[in-house]
Design a protein. Sequence first.
Length: 73
Amino acid sequence: MLVEPGIPVSGLFLILHGEVLVQTPLEEYDRGAGQVVGEWEKLDGSEDVRVTAKTEVRLIAVDRAAYEAALTG
């Protein structure tokens, strides 16, 4: 489990290899290599997001502070 409902996400995950399932109250969708999950799904304020690995995955974790610093330069 990468993201659980009701638990704050500390940043985002860039998927290098594998596939995850993203579940929200309104939809389910897959994300794979080259895509991002985590904080991205919660930007709309929804706390009911779950992200689970469908296959073995390799990720790069980016914490919130590093992400915000990259956005602001």
